[in-house]
Design a protein around this ligand. Sequence first.
Ligand code: HEC
Length: 133
Amino acid sequence: MKKSNTICSSILMTASLMFSNFAIADAAMEKLAMDSGCITCHSINSDNPGDNSSKELPIGPSFYDISTRFHSNEHYVTYEELVRTIKYGSSPYRSHWKEKITGLAMPPNSETMSDIDMNKLLIWILSLNDQQS
Ligand code: HEC
């Protein structure tokens, strides 16, 4: 009995340590996204939690929706293309999100952000919903 209690509590401790590490990483990434100006146009959580037909369109797709779509079977874009969009901006003519956003272009970040920060942000964005097969 005693032994299983110890095992139980160490599992709990590991789980809570892991959780707090994730929470810290998330907070750091949210801050980086905020400081880099991304949150002006993108929300972190999904724009479509339910029926939102009456809602106004967002400027940029939510980070959660980008992750969902990236990990779906659509194969609509590669990781490299996403890095390029963050670095050099997007063209509304080649939008991946027609009718889901207002139709503005994303501005470039190559002058204001390091490649490492861009990749860190993208890895975090794509991890927001990577539960699909
Ligand atoms: C002025 C508004 C604006 C800002 C600021 C902005 N974005 Fe965007 N972003 C957009 C729009 C609009 C799109 C949609 C491009 C399209 O039509 O395919 C987009 C697209 C993206 C995509 C690619 C989505 C895809 O599926 O092709 C990623 C990734 C992304 N943004 C990340 C970021 C990050 C990271 C930052 C901050 C460094 C940022 N954005 C700042 C407006 C913005």
